[in-house]
Design a protein around this ligand. Sequence first.
Ligand SMILES: [Zn+2]
Length: 61
Amino acid sequence: MVDLLSNTEFPVTCPSCNNTFSKRFRELETKAEVSCPRCRAAVPLDRKTFKAMRKGQGKTF
Ligand SMILES: [Zn+2]
């Protein structure tokens, strides 16, 4: 079974500069934060959201 969700890119918006960039779900669900490619600010991720998305796979996406 191919895990499509892990390779799906999701938009992340930087709260510092409002830059929106894409990260793979696999990266997002395993990290507490990602750094913005434009301003290097740490963008906190809500891991609960990604866990819920993983559980709801096939329903929401
Ligand atoms: Zn930024």
